[in-house]
Design a protein around this ligand. Structure first.
Ligand code: C2E
Ligand code: MG
Ligand code: MG
Length: 643
């Protein structure tokens, strides 16, 4: 789009041009008016004077010629004396009359005087001619010759007068012509100016229309991907005819991982590429794609949900996203989760359709992503259950329904107790609910931040109690969820807690998962440094199941690696045992303590011990115990140590 500065510049230019056109138009009108006035003022009196003057000069000359003709005819006796006298009198009368008519235009000036004198000289010779004509033709002829000379003189004078009138008319015409020529020039200039203004305005209007088109496109589309956005989607949905159609909501699984790993600019480039793939794949199968926000899309298909074509279309869509995407030398692997609803079976209006499509999408994501979930009533029931559970969990802390169990951890070197892992339990109506059931919900709803604070406080309280009761410093590992870790105030809360409970920070171990380093590695590393500076111990939980980056791992200021129980469980498979051995070696190479969790058998313990794993945790050593039992376990172990 054109920058605003240049558009305002062109608008200013248009105003200037329009002003020029207006000024030129007014000036032109004034000039034309003035010129016309001048022409009228000069021309009218001239024409009023000269046109009759020309006519009377012509009349005078004609009368003169007729008078001369009468003389000639009398001389040649072609007419009788009587007739001559009649013609002579008539001719004189005509000449007198035309002289009188010439007076107003010629005035009483020398021209009229000269005419009158010449005429009178001719008249004066007429009696002499009459006397001689019958008596002495030679003398009459001489008089006639003199008279003819006079006529000739007079005609020359008449010609001169006529010529000067013509000259005056010509001069005036030339002046008028010049004025008209000047005006015509001005009109041309004005035309050019008006034309330039029109062309420029046309150009400006076209540019404006283009900008308006672009703006209206932008108003309906997402600027990053160029796809129609959420409001366009809602508007489209609201105006769809009541014919069967399918609304699909999609999300690119764990897209935040890409942003966390490579930054927002890189994430944007990947998003552009993926959006293009989704659009291409959807449109090939008659779908319309909208980008709702972040990594979320909507696709609209005007077909029946049961159509085989739809299943194909959605599978093509997922295949497209699953194909590795090469961006700046990085091979990016992503997947797409889809939730689909059909009109009218799954909702009679856009609101219901969207709500149910979202429930289907959430189910697809919860099931691990990279899958299509088609809406069913049961999904809503599950969503309702989740909501109920969330409402109950919200009050769990204040109703004192949460408790911590403690699972002992054993050193493989001497078999002694090294500490406990605090594991949360929710006691609801006499039943213990596993954290596996409610931690993801707490995480999703944000309740984990409050619950996590309670766990930390309870663990610290327990450390103090055990220390008071046994006189020993007891280590407790506490699980920290990614959301709790990233919550503002996490560090401050820990500092206050350590200060208020006087717990030795080295007794408290925080277990974080690899996912915290994926979201925003730099700030995670910074926070880990500050936690370590407080004297806390740090462990990476479930190591090997997340998106481990060895580069980041070496930069993480941690103390311990916890090998995930899934590897320990499958250690009889050679591949898995290789992973466990490699992890132990890696941990030691990085100067870390390595603990294996989920150890259930002597065989597993022996294998781990053989590979020089430092510590174990699992049912083999002890199940998680309520605080009182954990104290007994602790005292028993202290006695063993003392023995
Ligand atoms: P985790 O941190 O990996 O904890 C270990 C889990 O493995 C515990 O399950 C524990 O009871 C179980 N376990 C221990 N030894 C064995 C064994 O030998 N065999 C088998 N099959 N399982 C064993 P639990 O207590 O159900 O906790 C599940 C997960 O819930 C924990 O995994 C942890 O991620 C989360 N969690 C527990 N307490 C908290 C907490 O206070 N805060 C947060 N954020 N998460 C917690
Ligand atoms: Mg743990
Ligand atoms: Mg674990």
């Amino acid at each position: 789009m054109k920058p605003i500065a240049s558009s305002s510049k062109s608008r200013r230019l248009i105003y200037v041009l329009l002003l020029l056109v207006i000024v030129a138009s007014v000036t032109l009108s004034l000039v034309m008016e003035r010129t016309a006035h001048n022409i009228r003022r000069n021309e009218t009196p001239l024409l009023n004077r000269t046109i009759p003057q020309m006519r009377y000069l012509g009349d005078f000359e004609s009368a003169l010629l007729r008078y001369q003709l009468a003389l000639d005819k009398r001389f040649t006796n072609s007419i009788t004396p009587g007739r001559f006298q009649f013609l002579e009198a008539m001719g004189r009368g005509e000449l007198d009359a035309t002289l009188a008519q010439l007076r107003p235009s010629l005035g009483d000036g020398p021209e009229l005087g000269a005419l009158r004198d010449g005429y009178q000289r001719i008249i004066a010779l007429t009696p002499e001619f009459e006397r001689q004509v019958d008596r002495d033709p030679a003398a009459a002829r001489a008089v006639l010759i003199r008279m003819n000379d006079e006529v000739k003189q007079l005609r020359l004078r008449l010609d001169g007068l006529q010529q000067s009138v013509e000259d005056a008319i010509y001069d005036n015409g030339t002046m008028a012509n010049r004025a008209i020529g000047w005006i015509t020039g001005l009109v041309h200039v004005f035309d050019v100016l008006a034309l330039v203004t029109c062309l420029f305005m046309l150009y400006h209007v076209r540019a404006r229309v283009r900008v308006e088109d672009e703006l209206s496109h932008q108003a309906r589309h997402d600027p990053l991907t160029g796809l129609a956005h959420r409001r366009s989607f809602e508007a489209r949905l609201a105006t769809l005819p009541p014919a069967p159609h399918v609304v699909v909501l999609g999300t690119i699984d764990r897209f935040s991982r890409i942003i966390g790993g490579f930054g927002h600019a890189f994430g944007d480039r990947v998003m552009i590429g993926l959006a293009e793939r989704i659009r291409g794949a959807a449109e090939r199968n008659g779908g319309e794609v909208f980008r709702l926000d972040g990594a979320n899309f909507a696709i609209l298909y005007q077909m029946e949900c049961s159509d085989l074509a739809l299943a194909d279309a959605l599978s093509v869509l997922r295949d497209e996203v699953r194909n590795p995407y090469d961006c700046e030398g990085h091979e990016i692997y992503t997947t797409l989760s889809l939730g689909a609803v059909a009109y009218p079976q799954h909702g009679a209006n856009p609101d219901a359709l969207l709500r149910n499509a979202d429930a289907a999408l959430q189910a697809a994501r919860k099931a691990g992503g990279d899958r299509l979930e088609i809406y069913s009533q049961q999904l809503n029931a599950e969503a309702g259950e989740r909501l109920d559970m969330e409402a109950l969990l919200r009050h769990a802390v204040e109703r004192d329904e949460l408790e911590l169990h403690y699972q002992p951890q054993q050193a493989l070197t001497d078999g002694g107790l090294i500490g406990f892992e605090a594991l949360l339990r929710w006691r609801r109506l006499g039943k213990l609910i596993s954290p596996a059931e409610f931690i993801p919900l707490a995480e999703e709803s944000g309740l984990i931040v409050g619950i996590g604070s309670w766990v930390l406080e309870e663990a610290c309280r327990q450390i103090s109690v055990w220390q008071a009761e046994t006189g020993q410093r007891v280590s407790v590992a506490v699980n920290i969820s990614p959301r709790q870790f990233a919550a503002p105030g996490f560090l401050a809360h820990l500092e206050n807690l350590l200060a208020s409970t006087h717990v030795d920070p080295s007794c408290l171990e925080l277990e974080i998962t690899e996912s915290v380093m994926v979201e925003d590695a730099e700030s995670a590393i910074a926070l880990l440094h500050r936690l370590r500076a407080l004297g806390l111990k740090l462990a990476i939980d479930d190591f090997g199941t997340g998106y481990s980056s060895l580069a980041y791992l070496s930069r993480f200021p941690i103390d311990k690696l916890k090998i995930d129980q899934s590897f320990v469980r499958n250690m009889h498979v050679s591949q898995q045992s290789a992973i466990v051995q490699a992890t132990i070696s890696l941990g030691h190479a990085l100067g870390l303590t390595v603990i294996a969790e989920g150890v259930e058998s002597e065989t597993q313990r022996a294998m781990l011990s053989g590979w020089r794993c430092d510590e174990i945790q699992g049912y083999y050593y002890s199940r998680p115990l309520p605080a009182a039992s954990a104290l007994n376990f602790l005292e028993g172990s202290l006695q063993l140590q003392a023995a």
